[in-house]
Write a protein of this length. Structure first.
Length: 251
């Protein structure tokens, strides 16, 4: 078990609409889609809180008021509004949250369902300054956030990689110097003309090529990204399993 402290805060990237889900997200952001009778975002908040995260910041954008209403009554959760979500990718969301990058910080994509066990595993095993949570499977498609590893070191990360032996699940942990380094590198990259159209993982790819990024492997642990219609079935089955397990423990 790592002796490092639990991160000061978690940041959830939930500014986007989720247009690839069509009619389901015309009026409501993807993070409010319900699984097992509970919004995706609420599953995330519960997992982070159960794992000991004391402060959570949700970056909102599309129909932000709906998300803010859902979050009412959660004293450890606050929002940060990104009004530029339609013209920029999620790197811009983290740029707006740059002042929050102090100490230990966990970043989670707003469309990723993870359990408290996975969060605890990242906190326990994420001993590097920058830690990418990864999973493995036999092959990877064009939409996967592919990762190339050598041992536990990330060498490259991105959807356009031509070789990959892992994928990012969309959850990262920054510790100490890694937090400062990410913030500094992000600031430098904001001068580049195409930066607003980049994912924040482009910063991680840049840092990985300098040897500063580690991987935490959760292969075998259930999780789900919610991006396409087919993912809805997988996500519903995942939370049904969690609910059944919880009910069994309560008996």
């Amino acid at each position: 078990m790592s002796s490092q402290p639990t991160p000061v805060r978690a940041i959830i990237l939930a500014a986007g609409r989720g247009s690839r889900l069509g009619a389901l997200t015309v009026d409501s952001p993807k993070c409010l889609l319900e699984f097992g009778g509970k919004p995706l975002l609420e599953w995330q908040l519960d997992a982070l809180s159960e794992a000991g995260i004391a402060e959570i910041v949700v970056i909102v954008g599309f129909n932000a008021r709906l998300v803010e209403t859902m979050l009412e009554g959660r004293p450890n959760v606050r929002t940060l509004h990104n009004p530029f979500y339609e013209v920029a990718d999620n790197l811009a969301s983290l740029w707006m949250a740059r002042e929050l990058f102090e100490g230990d910080v966990l970043v989670l994509n707003g469309d990723t369902l993870v359990s408290a066990d996975i969060v605890r595993r990242l906190l326990s095993e994420g001993r590097g300054t920058i830690n990418v949570t990864i999973d493995r499977k036999p092959d990877y498609d064009t939409d996967d956030m592919k990762v190339w590893l050598e041992g536990d070191r990330v060498q490259a990360i991105g959807k356009q990689l031509t070789q990959a032996n892992a994928e990012s699940i969309g959850m990262l942990l920054f510790r100490g110097e890694g937090t400062r380094l990410f913030r500094q590198t992000m600031a430098e990259m904001m001068y580049e003309p195409d930066t607003l159209k980049r994912w924040f993982l482009s910063v991680i790819d840049h840092l990985a090529r300098q040897g500063d990024v580690h991987a935490v492997d959760i292969q075998g642990a259930p999780w789900s990204e919610v991006d396409f219609a087919a993912d809805l079935i997988t996500a519903e089955a995942l939370v049904a399993g969690w609910q059944a397990e919880s009910a069994s423990l309560a008996e």
